[in-house]
Design a protein around this ligand. Structure first.
Ligand SMILES: C[S@@+](CC[C@H](N)C(=O)[O-])C[C@H]1O[C@@H](n2cnc3c(N)ncnc32)[C@H](O)[C@@H]1O
Length: 207
C-alpha cells in the first residue's frame, strides 16, 4: 500500500472506531498484523488523535494464530456465500485494503488459501441497481462502510436499515420502494425455501 492508501485506511479505522463507540451494541475490535514500523501503524498514530487510548486491541499476530479457524468468517465482496445473520460466537475479519477493484478477489483468494469461511453482505438481495450516468454499480465498500452495515444490523436485525446506513448512493445501489421491498423479502424467503427443498431432495436420493 502506498503512503496515501495507508492514510486512507487509518482514517477509515478512525471512523469505524467512532461508529463502534456510538453503537448500542458495540463489537469487540482487534487490529491484527498491526506491527510497529509498518506504514499503517505509523499512520494510525500520526493521523488519529488519541489512538493509543482507543478501546481496541492491537497485535502484531495474525488472526490465524489468535482464533480457532472454524470461528473465523472472512468478509469479502467476492464470496459466493451471503451473510444472513451475525453470530456473536464468530470472528468477522475485514481486509485492511483501500482498493476497490485493483486487486480483485484478493481477500477471497487469501481466505480460500487459509481454509476460512467467507461471506459477502446481502447487497444484491435487498437493494437494486440505480440508473446513473456512469452506469457504475459496486458492491465493494470501504471497511468503515462495511462496519456501519454490521453495527446497524446488529442493533436492528434489519438488513434494509443496515444497508441504508452503510451503502452510500455513490455505489449505484438503492433500496427499492417499500412495495417492491416486501416483494424482494418474499422472493428471498421463497429462494431459501427452495434451497432447503434441494437439500432434502439430495438427502433422500441415496435411499
Ligand atoms: C475496499 S475493500 C477491499 C476490496 C479488495 N479488492 C478485496 O479483495 O477484498 C475492504 C474490505 O472490506 C470488506 N468488504 C468490502 N465490501 C464488502 C462486501 N460487499 N461484503 C463483505 N465484505 C466487504 C472486505 O473485508 C474487504 O477486504
Amino acid at each position: 500500500m502506498t503512503e496515501k492508501e495507508s492514510g486512507r485506511l487509518a482514517s477509515q479505522i478512525r471512523r469505524l472506531y467512532g461508529a463502534n463507540r456510538r453503537a448500542a451494541r458495540p463489537f469487540w475490535l482487534c487490529l491484527t498484523e498491526f506491527a510497529a514500523g509498518t506504514p499503517i501503524y505509523e499512520q494510525c498514530f500520526r493521523m488519529n488523535d488519541g489512538f493509543a487510548a482507543y478501546l481496541m486491541d492491537t497485535t502484531p499476530e495474525s488472526y490465524l494464530d489468535l482464533f480457532p479457524l472454524e470461528a473465523i468468517v472472512y468478509l469479502t465482496p467476492d464470496s459466493e456465500n451471503v451473510l444472513e445473520d451475525i453470530d456473536p460466537s464468530k470472528v468477522y475479519v475485514l481486509g485492511g485494503l483501500v482498493d476497490e477493484s485493483i486487486h480483485k478477489q484478493l481477500t477471497l483468494r487469501r481466505a480460500r488459501e487459509q481454509g476460512l469461511q467467507t461471506a459477502r453482505l446481502p447487497i444484491r438481495e435487498f437493494m437494486v441497481r440505480a440508473p446513473n450516468c456512469r452506469n457504475y454499480h459496486s458492491e465493494t465498500l470501504a471497511i468503515n462502510q462495511v462496519f456501519d452495515v454490521l453495527v446497524t444490523y446488529y442493533e436492528t436485525r434489519s438488513w434494509p436499515a443496515a444497508l441504508r446506513a452503510g451503502v452510500s448512493s455513490g455505489k449505484g445501489y438503492v433500496l427499492p420502494d417499500p412495495a417492491e421491498q416486501a416483494e424482494t423479502a418474499q422472493r428471498t424467503t421463497a429462494a431459501q425455501g427452495n434451497a432447503l427443498l434441494c437439500a432434502e431432495e439430495l438427502q433422500e436420493a441415496p435411499a
